[in-house]
Design a protein around this ligand. Structure first.
Ligand SMILES: [Zn+2]
Length: 268
C-alpha cells in the first residue's frame, strides 16, 4: 500500500504476489478478475517516483492477469480497473481537468492495447471526475462496467457517495448512466446499503446490474476486516440480490477467495 497510489505500486514491487492473488481467485471460481490498476494513472505514479515506469507497470499489470488466466486454462474475463483516486488520496491534489482526462485516456488505452476484455470503472462517485473516467473508458470501444459506491447518509435517510457525504447518490447515477455503460456495478459499498442502491440503480437502468461489496476498511498500515461478513452470510445476501435481478456477484475489499468460492458454489 502506498500513500500516493493506494495499491498501485504492487505490480512493480510484488508482481508474483499480484499474480498469485489472481490465481487464488480463479481457483476459487471467479469468472472475472480485475487488474491491479486502481491506482496506476501517471499522475498517481509520478508522486511515488514511478512516473517513468507508468507504461511498463500498466502493461505488466494486465500481463500478470493474463498469465494467471492462461495457467488456469479457464475461460476468465479480464477487467481493467480505472478509478478516480486523487494523488495522495486528497481531492485537492487532482491535476487540472485537461491533464486528468489525458491521464485517464492514456491508462484506458494501454489497458485496452494490453488485452483486457472490458474496462471496470471503480468507485465512481461524482459528476466531474467520474464523467472523465467514463469518457476515457468508452473511447476504448470495450464494454464499460460502471462501478458506483455509496453509503448511508449520516444525518438522515437516503444514500450518498461513499467518500462524499454531501453527494446524493442519485447525482453520479444521473450523470453516468446516460453515458452508456454495459453493466452497472454497485461495488465497494456496505452489504447493508446494497438493497437501497439496487432500487436506485434499477429506477435509472434497465440493463445488467452487478454487486461486489466491501466488508473491511484500510486502517493504515493494515486492513481491518468485518469478521461477521462470512462467506455464508454473503451468499445469503446475494440470494436476495439475485431475486431482484442482479446478474453478477463478487467481492471487493475484505472479501477472500473463500467468499468467491461460496458464491461460485451457489451461483456458478
Ligand atoms: Zn473495495
Amino acid at each position: 500500500m502506498s500513500r500516493s497510489a493506494w495499491s498501485g505500486l504492487a505490480v512493480h514491487s510484488h508482481p508474483d504476489v499480484v499474480r498469485a492473488v489472481h490465481e487464488d481467485y480463479i481457483t476459487a471460481g471467479a469468472e472475472v478478475i480485475i487488474t491491479n490498476t486502481f491506482g496506476t494513472t501517471r499522475f498517481l505514479l509520478e508522486p511515488a517516483g514511478l512516473g517513468r515506469e507508468f507504461e511498463t507497470i500498466n502493461r505488466n499489470a494486465v500481463q500478470l492477469a493474463i498469465q494467471a488466466r492462461d495457467a488456469s486454462g479457464r475461460d476468465v474475463a479480464i477487467a481493467g480497473s480505472i478509478s478516480n483516486l486523487p494523488p495522495g488520496m486528497n481531492a485537492a491534489n487532482y491535476p487540472d481537468p485537461d491533464l486528468e482526462l489525458a491521464g485517464l485516456r492514456e491508462l484506458a488505452a494501454i489497458l485496452a492495447d494490453s488485452g483486457v476484455d472490458l474496462i471496470a470503472l471503480e468507485m465512481m462517485q461524482d459528476t466531474r471526475h467520474a464523467t472523465r473516467a467514463m469518457e476515457a473508458a468508452l473511447e476504448t470501444g470495450l464494454p464499460v462496467w460502471l462501478g458506483v459506491s455509496c453509503k448511508q447518509r449520516v444525518d438522515g435517510d437516503g444514500l450518498v457517495s461513499f467518500d462524499l457525504p454531501n453527494m446524493d447518490f442519485a447525482r453520479p447515477l444521473d450523470a453516468l448512466i446516460p453515458m452508456g455503460p454495459s453493466v452497472v456495478n454497485i461495488m465497494h459499498s456496505d452489504i447493508d446499503v446494497t438493497p437501497q442502491a439496487i432500487t436506485m440503480v434499477r429506477e435509472r437502468w434497465p440493463g445488467p446490474i452487478g454487486v461486489y461489496p466491501e466488508v473491511g476498511e484500510f486502517a493504515s498500515p493494515n486492513w481491518s476486516f468485518d469478521a461477521d461478513a462470512t462467506p455464508d452470510r454473503l451468499v445469503e445476501h446475494a440470494r436476495g440480490w439475485a431475486k431482484r435481478g442482479v446478474v453478477l456477484v463478487g467481492g471487493c475489499c475484505g472479501t477472500t477467495p473463500a467468499h468467491i468460492a461460496a458464491l461460485a458454489k451457489e451461483f456458478g
